[in-house]
Design a protein around this ligand. Structure first.
Ligand code: PLP
Length: 457
């Protein structure tokens, strides 16, 4: 590598690196903060300043930074056999073993794994597979997908369209086919005034059923949902919502795709949340992020045996399942996946999250005392804080205020990284967070909100 100073890196970064979700109005003046090293629950910038990582990188470094177990597993696999093609009848040891591990850990008959390079590619592939599945069943019109407002499913062309976050759409086109439709998010905080949670749940389920009937059940292929919406602002659905949405899918012959990119691998104290916490088994489950604890990119779409049996029946002589990625089942990534699972089991991390998660949320609830905090919500180590200009009327700040960004800056100054999204602050710390780390997070957040409150109001 060429020799460099931090100033060189900042300049080269500005000149050549197009960052995801870049704000060009400020990027060229401010540049980026360089994360130079990381260890456990902390990251360190180029000046050696230490920050508590309240977001596990980006909902992914679940085991914490610099874990020897993962580094060794990756190095060992890279030295043994770093890559060979996965097409046709060619495999490698970690890919086969990880697929079997996943089949064991996931509920129902989710037994068949297609590897991708991340969450977007796994969701994108799942939609293509769903279309293929209905073609194979002789139902070529069953193609529409129902997703939800405020959902986040990725940044490829199709998954950006599945995504229902309005702010991600400015200036971009849609795929141009009438096959993705959105229904309301399950947003209990923003439900109509005076409506009970139970009545709100009835209302959402009815909206879903009405939309299927309007589009025609023979035209609708699948429903896709995150068990808890992440980037939409950590929205926890009302009791019974997912089970009832799943029952509607069954009634009209839709497949249920659970996007567990964030919620699986311990974030909610379970290997996956759909069945363990919400009582339904999806037809397809999407995994990424925590699957390798963010050490190496890897995603997976996991299909039920019933689904697999349809796509795996011989198509015609010489016919193949003609889709796949160069890096499907990359040996080094799959070795990181196996090491992640082994470490989680050995350290009892799901059990740890079941204790520390509820304590974290309880501690965060103290922030409700602030005038600008409208809602504190979440589950286990997936939490969100919604800021408001008017607490009683639940009125939001104007988007130009950047309320959560102000809190993010004030937290960073005090040594804590949180993630600002519009008026929402999201928290998804490494699963190794202790109750002391939770208390420290709440203390810094408290100081930061206090510091910016006057200017915001
Ligand atoms: N699905 C969900 C629920 C996500 O939160 C994300 C990313 O944050 C994705 C899909 C996309 O994953 P990736 O960024 O790995 O493509």
């Amino acid at each position: 590598m060429r020799s460099y100073t931090n100033a060189d890196v900042k300049r080269l970064d500005i000149e050549h690196f197009i960052h995801p979700y870049t704000d060009f109005a400020t990027f060229r003046q401010e540049g980026s903060q360089i994360t130079a090293s990381a260890s456990g629950v902390h990251i360190f910038d180029e000046e050696g300043r230490k920050y508590l990582d309240g977001i596990a990188g980006l909902w992914c470094v679940n085991l914490g930074h610099g874990r020897r177990e993962l580094v060794d597993a990756i190095a060992h696999q890279a030295a043994t056999m770093q890559y060979y093609n996965p097409f046709g009848h060619s495999t490698n040891v970690p890919a086969a073993l990880l697929a079997a591990e996943l089949a064991e850990l996931l509920p129902g008959s989710l037994n068949h794994v297609f590897y991708t390079t991340g969450g977007s590619t796994a969701n994108d592939l799942a939609i293509r597979m769903v279309h293929h599945y209905f073609n194979r069943l002789g139902k070529p019109n069953k193609k529409k997908i129902i997703a939800r407002v405020d959902a986040y499913h990725g940044s490829t062309y199709v998954t950006a369209q599945l995504t229902g976050i309005h702010a991600t759409k400015y200036g971009f086109d849609s795929v141009g086919q009438d096959f993705i439709h959105h229904i309301s998010a399950a947003n209990s905080y923003r439900r109509p005034a005076g409506m009970s949670e139970a009545a709100y749940c009835d209302h959402l389920v009815q909206e879903f059923e009405d939309r299927i009937l309007q589009l025609g059940p023979d035209n609708v292929a699948a429903f896709i949902a995150e068990p808890i919406m992440g980037a939409g602002g950590v929205l926890v659905a009302p009791d019974g919502y997912h089970r009832r949405m799943h029952a509607i899918c069954r009634k009209y012959g839709l497949l249920y795709i659970a996007d567990e990119v964030v919620t699986a691998f311990g974030r909610l104290g379970e290997w996956s949340a759909s069945e363990a916490l919400y009582g339904y088994v999806p037809d397809i489950m999407i995994l990424a992020k925590g699957l390798t604890s963010g050490y190496i990119p890897l995603g997976a779409a996991v299909f039920s045996s019933e689904f697999y049996d349809v796509i795996a029946s011989p198509q015609c002589e010489g016919g193949q399942l003609t889709l796949g990625f160069t890096y499907s089942g990359h040996a080094v990534a799959c070795a990181a996946g196996l090491a992640t699972i082994e470490t989680m089991k050995r350290d009892g991390l799901n059990e740890h999250v079941r204790v520390v998660g509820p304590a974290f949320l309880k501690a965060l609830e103290a922030l409700n005392a602030f005038e600008i905090v409208g809602d504190v919500r979440g589950s286990h180590l997936m939490c969100g804080i919604e800021l408001v200009k008017d607490k009683v009327a639940k009125r939001s700040f104007a988007p130009t205020v950047g309320s959560a960004h102000q809190v993010f800056l004030a937290c960073r100054e005090r040594g804590l990284i949180v993630r600002p999204i519009g008026d929402k602050i999201v928290l998804s710390p490494p699963l190794i967070f202790t109750e002391e780390h939770c208390q420290e997070t709440v203390r810094i957040l408290s100081e930061a909100i206090s510091a910016v409150s006057d200017t915001l109001l």
